[in-house]
Design a protein around this ligand. Structure first.
Ligand code: SAH
Ligand code: SF4
Ligand code: F3S
Length: 480
């Protein structure tokens, strides 16, 4: 989908329009060089790891390479350019990338012109870059999270050179608007409303690799969403590591709730979602806006991380078990049909059986529709990595298994409340099983149902026939 290019509209404070201009020029330069060097066309394979904010940056780099005239390859082995946007939130994300690079090494031996590009969060870590410099010489281009917009410029250099190019910035106070984006769906998309994080939860690497919190100007966000709506997008997901602190660092501070009120006014937008809400900053104003809105989906992702107040304090989360449970009940009172989801970490340093049972207790009481559970992963440079009392692996695994059983049982129980009801779903795609479509309810629940693929992108009423735990089988009622 071609959209979201700069249209010469009024300048937005805090953005660097000259840089956008420059990179768009580099895209053209890359395009003409590629036409010369690859007369039969250049193909690319791009893959994302990590969160939805990372995914949006992957789509931006994909938009830039598409505008250079490149076309997607069917597999990474057959591509002329392989690009990985990396994540480092847990160690297994890193291991995955090293594994893939290991496999690509032999592919590149038989395809020496292949370009391998790495960017994103993992590249912001010194030890990673050192390893790539020493042991992965066949990687052509490396950049980070703060200079992602410079991809066209860096790629042009790389096309002219056989040596490894590494460009990592430690931080940036700029926001670059107006770059091309290649979005997966034409009818729904994420929209970054802020970058970085200032919270420094003691286990988390994100503030170190993403830098300080920066909010986009509301005009830039609203203009982008208006443009998206004009091109057929009906569902937007507003993205930030902590959307509840949106706007606090702007020259003229605004609240997230007031941004939502403005987004609500945009014609053509039917559904508004947002991620992620930090419980410490979830305001009454936001709950109020949610309860009165006709567009904000009744789904809230509210990561609890742990049910133990002692552990929450060590995690630097700034709320305790009671505050979390109070929030849950306040939200359920204001928005009774809300679907709540959460993230939980098991095995944070010094977590005792007693602490863990408190996590189980909060899960028991909160009636989450889904809980994403993670084994604590030690991240170099974070305060938790230096804490004594790391919990032994076998203990963590045993707790993780118990938690998983409980969240699955509760998830199934809570999700089954829709059985027999008719829900409006946004039809997203064809399902692998022939003839079935997949749609999503406002509660973020997936339903597979028979229907024609011409329905993709539209809103359809579907009866939720059979709950399969985290998804449903459904059907379009006769009278629809
Ligand atoms: N900004 C969001 C979370 C972003 S990271 C928030 O504050 O809620 C997504 C999830 O990864 C977190 O909610 C947390 O549960 C998990 N996570 C982050 N760091 C982790 C670590 N070191 N080990 C295990 N899980 C971690
Ligand atoms: Fe990490 Fe905490 Fe920031 Fe979320 S709020 S990204 S968990 S530091
Ligand atoms: Fe991973 Fe970076 Fe997101 S570390 S979770 S991709 S902000």
């Amino acid at each position: 989908m071609e959209m979201n290019k700069r249209d010469g509209a009024a300048k937005i404070p805090g953005t660097n329009e000259r840089e956008t201009e420059l990179q768009l020029k580099y895209i053209e330069d890359c395009a003409s060089l590629i036409r010369q060097k690859y007369p039969s066309g250049m193909t690319y394979f791009i893959q994302n790891e990590g969160c939805q904010m990372n995914n949006l940056q992957t789509e931006t780099v994909a938009g830039m390479i598409r505008d250079m005239g490149c076309t997607p390859a069917d597999s990474e082995e057959n591509a002329d350019v392989v690009i990985f946007n990396t994540c480092t939130v847990r160690e297994n994300a890193n291991q995955k990338i090293y594994g893939r690079l290991g496999r690509l090494k032999s592919v590149k031996r038989s395809h020496p012109d292949m370009k391998i590009v790495l960017f994103g969060c993992m590249m912001q870590e010194e030890h990673v870059v050192k390893k790539i410099r020493q042991s992965y010489r066949f990687v052509d281009l490396v950049f980070g999270t703060h200079n992602m917009h410079k991809f066209p410029e860096l790629f042009l250099h790389s096309l002219h050179s056989d040596s490894q190019i590494i460009d990592i910035w430690t931080d940036s106070d700029q926001i670059i608007e107006g770059l091309p984006v290649d979005r997966k769906y034409s009818f729904k998309t994420g929209v970054n409303i802020m970058f970085g994080c200032n919270n420094f939860c003691s286990y988390c690497i994100v503030p170190y690799v993403r830098g300080r919190e920066k909010s986009r100007e509301p005009q830039a966000i609203l203009r982008e969403i208006e443009d998206l709506a004009a091109h057929g997008v009906t569902e937007v997901m507003l993205l930030g590591q902590n959307v509840n602190s949106y706007g606090k660092t702007l020259e003229t501070p605004v609240t997230f709730a007031s941004l939502l009120r403005e987004v609500e006014k945009i014609d053509g937008i039917k559904r508004i979602r947002f991620m992620t809400s930090h419980p410490k900053d979830l305001s009454d104003e936001l709950i109020d806006v949610m309860s009165h809105s006709t567009k904000i989906c009744h789904h809230l992702h509210l990561p609890m991380q742990s049910g133990s107040s002692r552990i929450l304090k060590l995690m630097n989360r700034h709320y305790d078990k009671e505050k979390y449970l109070n929030l849950v009940s306040k939200i359920r009172t204001a928005v009774p049909d809300i679907s709540l989801t959460t993230d939980i970490i098991v095995g944070f340093p010094s977590e005792t059986e007693e602490d863990f049972r408190e996590t189980l207790e909060v899960v028991e009481k909160s009636n989450f529709d889904t809980a994403f559970t993670f084994i604590y992963s030690k991240r170099t440079g974070t305060p938790a990595a230096r804490m004594e009392d790391q919990v032994p692996e076998d203990v963590v695994k045993e707790r993780f298994g118990r938690l998983l059983n409980l969240v699955q049982e509760k998830g199934r129980e809570n999700s089954s409340r829709f059985t027999g009801t008719v829900q409006e779903v946004l039809v997203e795609e064809e399902n692998r099983e022939q003839g079935l479509l997949t749609g999503r309810t406002e509660y973020n629940l997936l339903v597979h149902f028979p229907g024609d693929k011409s329905l993709i992108g539209s809103y359809v009423k579907v009866r939720m026939d059979e709950c399969k735990g985290f998804y449903y089988f459904g059907s379009i009622p006769e009278e629809n």
